[in-house]
Design a protein around this ligand. Structure first.
Ligand code: AMP
Ligand code: GLY
Length: 451
């Protein structure tokens, strides 16, 4: 049967979901978001501009288009009960209901849930409703702490003592910021990575690990962002981790799924690979952005067939992936994330991006250039398509993804694609996926493990 899939959200992650729906054998796509993402709009039969948190309007639009499935991109929608409302209206939403989404939207709940259900990998933590008590805890704690506002902050609210800030600045942060409630937890030291699992009916299917780059500037400097870019390898692991590290992380996902039998949608585990193995930095209740752009292009399994099985209570299909490495780089407005320039016109040469794949070359270890085979993809993100062109919003503008046999090859393709797309007036972290940065990650892990 033809499925009519309603997609909620208008960023790069949702453009990746839109492509996955479009690539599925028998599905029609409709989409709604607060910004008109031209990439999604060009794939969809219909596009409605509405707020991702307006559950009533989304349910009305789902009814108008006779949606049979929904895919929810952003956490703001989950937090607003959009999945609950769609489910209640008879449209199966691939995304958790508000109660289960708390695993992302309420960081105190997240840690207490882990402790209560003995989910492995939980750091030492304490929760606070009074900033003064949080400040006292920071003063008395022996060691560095990560300071997390309890609710959603778009990935920008966490401060880590000993990394971005001093103990004094941490105390000021809990006392002077607009947040009232905090989770304080042991600072984890290591290399971060993400595993995204498709979850439904107590079952789950995992995908290759991805490493995002949260810091705004090259060399991991500057403030945290929603994510500047990310890479994955041709295997399930990343170059700095072992198969055993990956397997241990999946045991964490297994424990969450077992403890939350009603969870459905994507469960995103953010891990820190420490000298004691993987620990949980956080869970998200949706695909990562940018990580969806690494994972969905290499997913060979028909995306909509996974949603159908989830809805119908059937066994989820075993997932197959194309065994290619991916590198994703975001172009963001000047000033992002602290003072982004919204409303600037961006010129993107979409047509030329695909040709980047044919033209990329990498230096071999002998210094000889070698042509790389692969693909380049462009994903529009938080831009707004108006009659006279495409404009920036306050968030990330577009991303390119290179796909090839190796991370280095994929990186070369991503750079070619960026050059073709045009990044004038925008900022990119060119270091993502480059051999130097990869080697630093490997050396860091070896050093921590005493190897
Ligand atoms: P979150 O908003 O929870 O994703 O946190 C943003 C970033 O803060 C993470 O990607 C980490 O880099 C960092 N972070 C969060 N918790 C910890 C922790 N316990 N130890 C060290 N870094 C952390
Ligand atoms: N890339 C981080 C996130 O989606 O939360």
């Amino acid at each position: 049967m033809t499925e009519t899939v309603l997609l909620v959200g208008g960023g790069g992650r949702e453009h990746a979901i839109a492509r996955a729906v479009d690539d599925s054998s028998d599905a029609e796509l409709y989409a709604c978001a607060s910004n008109r993402n031209p990439g999604i709009a060009s794939l969809a039969e219909g596009f409605e501009e509405l707020s991702e948190t307006d559950a009533d309007a989304i349910v009305d639009y789902a009814a108008d288009v006779d949606a049979t499935l929904a895919a929810i991109g952003p956490e703001s929608a989950l937090n607003a009960g959009v999945a609950d409302a769609l489910d209640a209206a008879g449209v199966y939403a691939f995304g958790p209901q508000e109660a289960e989404a708390r695993i992302e939207t309420d960081k105190a709940f997240q840690r207490e849930f882990m402790a209560e259900h003995d989910v492995p990998g939980c750091p030492d933590f304490a929760t606070f409703e009074d900033p003064e008590e949080a400040a006292d805890y920071i003063r008395e704690y022996d060691g560095d702490l990560a300071i997390k506002p309890r609710g959603l902050t778009g990935g920008k609210g966490v401060r880590v003592i000993g990394d971005q800030i001093t103990e004094e600045e941490g105390i000021e942060y809990v006392l002077d910021s607009d947040y009232e409630e905090f989770v304080l937890e042991e600072r984890l030291v290591g290399e971060e990575f993400t595993i995204q699992a498709f979850v439904a009916d107590g079952q789950y299917r995992v995908s290759p690990a991805v490493q995002d780059h949260k810091r705004a500037y090259e060399g991991d400097e500057g403030p945290n962002t929603g994510g500047m870019g990310s890479y994955s390898d041709a295997t399930f692991e990343l170059p700095f981790m072992t198969e055993a590290d990956y397997t241990e992380s999946v045991e964490v996902i297994d424990a969450v799924v077992e403890a939350m039998p009603d969870y459905k949608g994507i469960l995103y585990g953010q891990f820190m690979l420490t000298d004691e193995g993987p620990k949980v930095v956080e869970f998200n209740a949706r695909f990562g952005d940018p990580e969806a752009m690494n994972t969905l292009p290499v997913l060979d399994t028909d995306f909509v067939s996974i949603l159908q099985a989830a809805r119908d209570g059937e066994e989820l299909p075993e997932l197959t992936f194309s065994n290619q490495a991916t590198v994703c780089k975001y172009a963001v407005p000047d000033g992002y994330p602290t003072d982004p320039e919204a409303g600037a016109k961006v010129k993107i040469d979409e047509e030329s991006v695909a040709r980047a794949a044919a033209r990329a070359t990498v230096e071999t270890s002998g210094g000889e250039p070698r042509d790389v085979d692969g693909d380049a993809l462009l994903f529009y993100a938080s831009v707004d398509a108006r009659e006279d062109g495409i404009y920036t919003t306050t968030s990330r503008s577009f991303a390119v993804v290179g796909l090839a046999d190796t991370i280095t090859g994929a990186e070369a393709i991503a750079e070619e694609a960026l050059e073709k797309a045009g990044e004038e007036g925008l900022r990119v972290r060119h270091d993502i996926g480059k051999a130097d940065l990869l080697q630093q990650r490997i050396d860091h892990m070896n050093e921590l493990r005493g190897e």
